[in-house]
Design a protein around this ligand. Structure first.
Ligand code: HEM
Length: 471
């Protein structure tokens, strides 16, 4: 039997870089995901880069990425810098926990976000959808140009805070906009710190660092208010010990049995906000980016809405929502073409080999998932926005490999909020298409991908025109 030697990282290809600084100058830009995409074009789907001598492997190869994602938490962990930055901000939660500790954090989160709970909380989604519908009817009457990204973020904030923490905010009607303002400061700063080559803020604090500290303080006091409110609810209603009514209560009841410290409860509440807001609202914005340029697709979504809930403003039950097959195809197609999380960062806990690549302990690996999602090996006409490809009867469905889509990650640490995110996307997209025609208020070329904490359509402005008798 012949044994082939594994491939060593130092033999992998590398894009052109600076002699001393390596690839740092090229990577030290806001849109890192696009730099990675260019490098995949230059070097293929597996290559190495270095930042002042520190080596990173970049993989855009689905088979490699699948193995890595599945071997967590044992063989691979998240990039340790993520943990360092989050801990520095006082966040200890499921996203940055590792090993057995991660298992302890993951369980209540996964339960809180399972399908039964999404069904249970569907009335909250309905009420928030009705509120935003009213607001958009006002925009239509006034012929306003709408910054949809901001509006959708308010929608996701209100939903998460109510279903996960039992706290009713009214960000959509601008009553909780303080909360949104702070999150808008915090998200991009987390991203810029995680990817900063030198932690300058530990020596000199810029204006932005000071604003971050102030926002973190405000969010912290608001989250501790949620926690205190939940503690009072539990004290006043002992049945919540056995049957907590939301995620926060579940953590606190566990806390009585010493499962979670107050700091960990805080960290997980923060994590839910961090992981669930921008990702979902920006995905809805990307859907609107396409829909505002494809009225024929809006018409199909509307026809489906009339068929499935002819006499209701919104898809009024979860059972109705799951009948919206075409709307679901629109969501899947958006997530394929515009993953708001285009790359993920990991580190090897021990020496290992994936495929034939030798990976020593400590190797840092960036997974670039978007390239495969838009590759003609896996999808016909991969760059076109064609929701039909998701329907069995479509000829495009023949060359269709959804397993390469890693917008929600993969393996045991895949996104536990996926179902909630898809539900939020579907209910809002179906409702907006039922009631409005819309068009871009800017040139499509002026709308660009921007990566801050997640990838979003910068400059996306839309005009909504109410259709007559939408009921
Ligand atoms: C379109 C919307 C969303 C996208 C694209 C997204 C994407 C992701 C990705 C890529 C990961 C990393 C997965 C991995 O390491 O394999 C993740 C993790 C996570 N997401 Fe989401 N997410 C979305 C919505 C949500 C929502 C709505 C919530 C909850 C309210 C949520 C909560 C989480 C949590 C708690 C984790 C950490 C899981 C762990 O480490 O075990 N996400 N998400």
């Amino acid at each position: 039997m012949s044994h082939t030697e594994p491939t060593r990282i130092k033999t992998l290809k590398s894009p052109k870089g600076h002699m001393l600084l390596g690839h740092l100058p090229q990577f030290n830009v806001p849109n890192k995901h696009q730099v990675l995409e260019r490098w995949v074009d230059e070097c293929g789907d597996l290559f190495k880069i270095n930042f002042v001598g520190k080596v990173f492997v970049v993989s855009a190869r689905p088979s490699f990425n699948n193995v890595l994602l599945r071997q967590r938490p044992e063989v691979f962990r998240r990039f340790s810098k993520i943990d360092e930055i989050l801990k520095e901000m006082g966040v200890i939660g499921v996203f940055n926990a590792e090993g057995d500790d991660w298992k302890r954090h993951r369980k209540p989160i996964a339960e809180a976000l399972n399908v039964q709970n999404i069904k249970r909380f569907y009335p909250v989604l309905l009420s928030k959808t009705r509120t935003i519908l009213k607001k958009f009817q006002g925009y239509s009457e006034n012929q306003s140009v709408v910054d949809v990204q901001k509006e959708f973020m308010a929608f996701t904030i209100d939903i998460t805070t109510e279903i996960a923490f039992g706290h009713k905010l009214d960000t959509i009607r601008n009553k909780g906009d303080r909360f949104q303002k702070h999150l808008e400061i915090i998200f991009p700063m987390i991203n810029s710190r995680i990817t900063a080559p030198i932690p300058i803020w530990r020596f000199i604090k810029s204006k932005k660092d000071k604003a971050l500290e102030a926002s973190l303080k405000s969010i912290e006091s608001m989250i501790y208010q949620f926690i205190d409110d939940a503690k009072v609810r539990i004290e006043n209603n002992k049945s919540l010990y056995d049957a907590p009514s939301n995620f926060l209560e579940a953590l606190l009841v566990g806390n009585k049995n010493k499962h979670f410290t107050d700091k960990e409860v805080y960290g997980n509440v923060f994590t839910m906000l961090l992981a669930g807001e921008d990702t979902t609202s920006n995905s809805i914005s990307w859907a609107m980016f396409y829909l505002s340029q494809h009225p024929e697709i809006v018409t199909k979504i509307r026809e489906e809405a009339y068929e499935c809930y002819p006499n209701e403003e919104v898809p009024d039950t979860y059972d109705v929502l799951v009948q919206l097959k075409y709307t679901n195809a629109v969501v899947q197609e958006t997530i394929r073409l515009k993953p708001t999380t285009p790359q993920l960062y990991f580190e090897a806990n021990r020496d290992t080999i994936i495929e034939d690549i030798e990976i020593p302990k400590g190797t840092k690996i960036i997974l670039q998932n978007k390239v495969a999602q838009t590759n003609d090996n896996y999808f016909s006409a991969p760059d076109s926005f064609s929701p039909e490809r998701w329907l069995q009867e479509c000829p495009m469905h023949k060359n269709h490999e959804p397993s390469v889509i890693k917008t929600f990650g993969g393996g045991p640490r895949y996104c536990p909020g996926m179902q909630l995110a898809i539900t939020e996307m579907m209910i809002l997209i179906s409702t907006l298409c039922k009631h409005f025609d819309f068009e871009l208020a800017v040139n499509p070329e002026d709308i660009v991908e921007q990566f801050e904490f997640t990838m979003f359509p910068k400059n996306l402005m839309i005009k909504f025109k109410a259709i007559k008798n939408s009921l």
